[in-house]
Design a protein around this ligand. Structure first.
Ligand SMILES: [Ca+2]
Ligand SMILES: [Ca+2]
Ligand SMILES: [Ca+2]
Length: 271
């Protein structure tokens, strides 16, 4: 009973300590530009990217160039991919914009802040409603050659599926659009994303130890889809870290010993 009380008190203290947030930081970035690529209702564009860290996507920025009267309503989405190509299903995030603006155009995705997993490929998809043939369209600035962003590519879809962007009918597989992604990186070991690596995360790991096909919320912190000792080590090493204390592990002694006893039992039981 006494240890239950200690665990509850520690969990409460850690939960309160995690109430402030880290600032979002640039996770992926491609800023090289040598031309603008048109996007229209009959030509969708998608720049794929590989998340560098696991966490919540707070913002994406795209670089547009066109005269003000050439900027048309757009839908910008963040999508999952299969074999490097955007999924047809529901986007992870989507927003409608009556007007775009020249230069870096910020898209605030924090309304739902989709969780991205390090090493996984996603896409930023751009769809506009301009159907006027011959009218200047929105221009997403790109680098056409040199593959400045090796962990993704610029794709187009003219109604026949996603392929590398084409210019004058020539495929440009080394093209990349100008974009940035901003993430609120998750604390290693914070399965429930409450900003604290604490008892609730440990209990989740204990419950899911040995699980396959796992994701971050199941306590797969290293992205190998298995919950095992490696994930336990990550959680243990970061126990007590919170956004409030700058992510520094600060185990409370009583909790640490409880965690150690539990972890030993866990390993023995599943060995
Ligand atoms: Ca590329
Ligand atoms: Ca947590
Ligand atoms: Ca794992």
């Amino acid at each position: 009973m006494r240890s239950c009380l200690i665990v509850s008190v520690v969990a409460l203290v850690l939960a309160l300590a995690g109430s402030s947030a880290f600032a979002d930081a640039i996770d992926q970035s491609q800023v090289t530009q040598d031309t603008g690529v048109r996007v229209s209702a009959t030509r969708l564009l998608c720049q794929t990217f590989t998340a560098g860290s696991s966490g919540n996507l707070e913002k994406v920025s795209l670089w547009f160039s066109a005269a003000a009267d050439e900027l048309y309503p757009a839908t910008i989405s963040v999508v999952g991919t299969t074999n490097g190509v955007p999924n047809a299903g529901s986007p992870l995030w989507t927003g409608y914009f009556a007007n775009l603006a020249k230069g870096w155009f910020d898209v605030n995705t924090s309304s739902t802040a989709p969780f991205l997993t390090a090493g996984t490929v996603y896409g930023i998809k751009l769809v506009v409603t301009d159907t006027v043939v011959g009218d200047p369209d929105d221009l997403w600035n790109v680098a056409l050659t040199g593959n400045p962003y090796p962990r993704g590519s610029l794709l187009e879809n003219r109604g026949n599926g996603w392929v590398p962007v084409t210019i004058g009918g020539v495929a440009k597989p080394d093209a990349d659009a100008a974009f940035r992604t901003y993430m609120l990186t998750a604390l290693p070991g914070d399965a429930d994303l409450d900003g604290v690596v604490g008892v609730s995360d440990y209990l989740t790991l204990k419950e899911h130890f040995g699980m396959t096909g796992a994701s971050w919320s199941d306590c797969d912190f290293n992205g190998d889809t298995v919950v095992d000792r490696a994930d336990l080590a990550i959680l243990s090493d970061n126990f007590g870290a919170s956004r409030a204390n700058g992510g520094i592990p600060t185990p409370e002694p009583a909790t640490l010993s409880l965690l150690a006893i539990g972890a030993l039992a866990l390993i023995r039981r599943r060995a």
